[in-house]
Design a protein around this ligand. Structure first.
Ligand code: GDP
Ligand code: CA
Length: 307
């Protein structure tokens, strides 16, 4: 299987970990891969412009990702320790080497560079092959309403651990944003668009909220979504809870409904093959556990070979 190569043009819509794992699998088997990444999680922390999903995707494609789904492998946290010494809230942990990426991005943004060109520079410095594009160069911060309180995404996700009930989401500024250069073109040129096994409301909807992107996906003849759920549960993180509190049905029916009218195919885990799902999309059960590199490339090949 290692010599299997595919010249299909493939675009992945990706959040952080789930998307990065799929992208790594596809990178092993595709020569023409573009990854369009959520930037709704971006924020300013310690004065630095953080872009967690972009970094997770780039680091994973470079094979240097941290084991917890963020940051770099074997990073040290000396700076965070010293920041804590000033009495600063340092719950948002950024490793020392990971800080370099964030310093570089922040400095270049201040000079007026676009996030897409900075991301290309970071990816190329790490010898990443696929094109990695932010969904947009505009700021489109996701805001989360729990009860009567609106909060920034990172407050909900990192500081409060993603445990609050999510009653409503807002992708602020999305309706005035434009897709980053190359995003719509890549989708229009793609033979297959794959919606990664990412959190639908928190990672994929913010991408689809950028004007032009949903329409481009809708024009595509083949759009496959990969479910992030196993027996109705996310492997990690709040996807199943957020989907439920936003009114989506449990399990893969919820994933089908989250992408209703958008996808031609829905890939579910083999373990959930018997779960009934009502949808126009074709349902394909595959082994969707793609944490390790080999499993991810096997999965990617199976995905591209689906009838
Ligand atoms: P985040 O931005 O880092 O939270 O990551 P994403 O939104 O891209 O992905 C989060 C989702 O990835 C969770 O709902 C997980 O269930 C899913 N996920 C993580 N690893 C895997 C995997 O190996 N296979 C599948 N199918 N889903 C996964
Ligand atoms: Ca994320």
């Amino acid at each position: 299987m290692s010599d299997y190569r595919n010249d299909l043009a493939v675009v992945v819509l990706s959040g952080g970990v789930g998307g990065a794992r799929l992208a790594r699998g596809l990178d092993a088997v595709c020569t023409d891969l573009t990854v369009v990444v959520n930037v709704g999680d971006d924020d300013v922390i310690y004065g630095l412009f953080v872009s967690p999903d972009l970094d997770t995707v780039v680091y994973t494609l470079a094979g240097i990702e941290g084991s917890h789904g963020w940051g770099l492998a074997d990073d040290s946290f000396d700076v965070m320790g010293h920041l804590g010494g000033f009495g600063l809230d340092n719950q948002f942990q950024i490793g020392d080497r990971d800080l370099a990426t964030n310093l570089f991005r922040t400095a270049r943004l201040r000079e007026g560079a676009a996030l897409s060109s900075i991301t290309a520079a970071v990816a190329s410095s790490m010898s990443v092959g696929p094109r990695v594009l932010p969904a947009t160069d505009h700021r489109v911060p996701t805001r989360v309403r729990s009860g009567t309180t609106w909060m920034p995404f990172q407050e909900y996700f990192v500081l409060r651990g993603g445990t609050d009930v999510v009653d409503e989401l807002r992708y602020e500024g999305a309706d005035q944003a434009e897709a980053a250069p190359g995003v719509v073109e890549a989708i229009d040129r793609a033979d297959i668009v794959v919606i990664a096994p990412s959190n639908p409301p928190l990672s994929v909807w913010p991408i689809l909220a950028i004007p032009g992107i949903r329409e481009a996906v809708q024009r595509s003849s083949r759009v496959m979504a990969v479910s992030p759920l196993f027996a109705g549960r996310a492997l990690k993180g709040p996807a199943d809870r957020v989907m439920a509190s936003l009114g989506l049905p449990a399990g893969n029916q919820g994933v089908a409904d989250a992408y209703q009218g958008l996808v031609t195919d829905l890939v579910v885990d083999v373990g959930d093959a018997d779960e009934p799902v009502e949808t126009e999309a074709a349902i394909h059960p595959l082994d969707t556990r793609i944490a390790d590199r080999m499993a991810a490339s096997r999965f990617a090949r199976a995905l591209l070979e689906l009838p």
